[in-house]
Design a protein around this ligand. Structure first.
Ligand code: HGY
Ligand code: MN
Ligand code: MN
Ligand code: MN
Length: 414
């Protein structure tokens, strides 16, 4: 454990040390991989709860497995300001995508606690448990529970070992029937602020430590399956094959080409081939597709063009395409009053004309948007690298972010 258990003062160095510590709470020693409702998630919740308590917060695990810390306000009945980000990670992740935002939120509260200061409103810091959605294939489960948009169809989601979400809840010590208790009453929430690394190159290229998020692009995700005909790798002549992997390979190239042409981002992150033998022509190829753009209209136009291109090639090769939508989130815009708070925070660090950026990365804020107003503070990261062990931030930028985040919170008092 870092020195945080001796003092409530939490500076940028301590914030980074805590992110490093969380990076050791992982499924596979040596790489960062922490999925929803796993033992490593429980360990991260416990470490975070200790740091929250050291900052003067009451802590609990909510009904969806998120870790929550509450710092009382002068008026405990006043609508609560929510701060947060996520504690889960993608496989072989960096240490800052998610955890940095949670640690910065705790550090802001630690400063208030150290000064013995109570704001008029209570603050709750939330470490969401499933922003990435990598275990069950459906993202933002923790924040959607808090937003009150839980979908009961998710209970039958299974992870790679076949464990259902219901079973994972029970193993984690949660009662699935009580997941609704994680939801906030929108009337009793002041708003939501999230600090997060940019996960893109633009702040660093502009030499700016901090930026304001103008909107979050909505991701549309699918599982595409191309079915052909398995056959003998030696016996079937090339011109008589219905090779599913050839169809999928052409699809991947068309996806990349169309995303470039139509100013979108599109990613095939997973692919499986069946039956999966060196001497068998693939009869089936199934792959993920994630499409995003600055607008939902632009994203959906790109998705239509992708479908047309894949269908056309499948017809030529006597292949069959099937499509399952696995996730769809609309683009979300922050609330001007909270954007003003983030701008005020950044101005407190000397930058009164901050860079304003579209986030093509998704965040818990887009789930919380269903329940309350939100805004995000972006922090420069080295080379824009994220979802990779080389993810890095500078201590100076984290120090600026801490000052800006604190100033943004305090600016809401007026
Ligand atoms: O996919 C995303 O943009 C986020 O990191 N979950
Ligand atoms: Mn993230
Ligand atoms: Mn991420
Ligand atoms: Mn994200």
């Amino acid at each position: 454990m870092t020195r945080a258990d001796q003092a409530t003062a939490v500076d940028a160095a301590e914030v980074l040390a805590r992110c490093d510590h969380l990076g050791t709470l992982t499924a596979v020693p040596g790489i960062v991989h922490r999925a929803y409702l796993t033992p490593e998630h429980a360990a991260a919740n416990a470490a975070t709860a200790a740091w929250m308590a050291a900052a003067g917060m009451d802590t609990w695990t909510d009904a969806a497995g998120n870790i929550v810390g509450r710092y009382e306000g002068a008026d405990p009945e006043a609508p609560v300001l929510l701060l947060g980000s996520h504690l889960d990670t993608v496989p072989n992740a960096g240490r800052y995508d998610g955890p940095l935002g949670v640690m910065l939120a705790i550090a802001v509260v630690a400063r208030l606690h150290e000064r013995g200061e109570r704001l008029p409103f209570p603050i709750e810091v939330i470490g969401f448990g499933d922003e990435e959605g990598t275990r069950f294939g459906s993202t933002l489960l923790g924040s959607r529970a808090v937003a009150g948009t839980w979908d009961p169809r998710w209970w039958e989601l299974r992870d790679a070992e076949g464990v259902t979400l219901v079973e994972a809840f029970q193993t984690f010590g949660l009662d699935p029937s009580r997941v609704g208790e994680a939801a906030h009453d929108p009337q009793r929430v002041l708003g939501y602020l999230e600090a997060h690394i940019e996960q893109g190159p633009y702040l660093e290229e502009a030499g700016r430590p901090l930026g304001v998020v103008s909107a979050i692009a909505g991701a549309h995700r699918f599982q595409l399956t191309i079915t052909g005909k398995a056959g003998h790798a030696g016996g079937v002549p090339m011109d008589r094959r219905r090779d599913a992997l050839v169809g999928a390979s052409q699809a991947v190239l068309d996806i990349e080409r169309l995303a470039r042409e139509m100013d979108c981002v599109a990613t095939v992150g997973m692919i499986e081939v069946a039956p999966g033998a060196a001497n068998v022509i693939p009869g089936e190829a199934s792959f993920s597709l994630d499409v995003r753009a600055a607008t939902d209209e632009g994203r959906d136009a790109c998705w239509r063009a992708i479908q047309d291109a894949i269908q056309e090639f499948c017809q030529e090769r006597r292949l069959v395409l099937s499509i399952e939508e696995t996730h769809s989130a609309p683009a979300e815009a922050p609330a001007p009053r909270l954007v003003d708070a983030v701008r005020a925070g950044i101005a407190a660090t000397g930058d009164d004309d901050p860079l304003v950026l579209l986030s093509k990365a998704g965040h818990d804020a887009m789930a919380i948007a269903a329940m309350t107003d939100w805004a995000m503070l972006f922090i420069a990261c080295a080379g824009g690298v994220s979802h990779h062990p080389a993810e890095a931030v500078t201590e100076a930028d984290v120090a600026a972010a801490l000052d800006a985040f604190e100033a943004a919170v305090v600016s809401l008092v007026r």
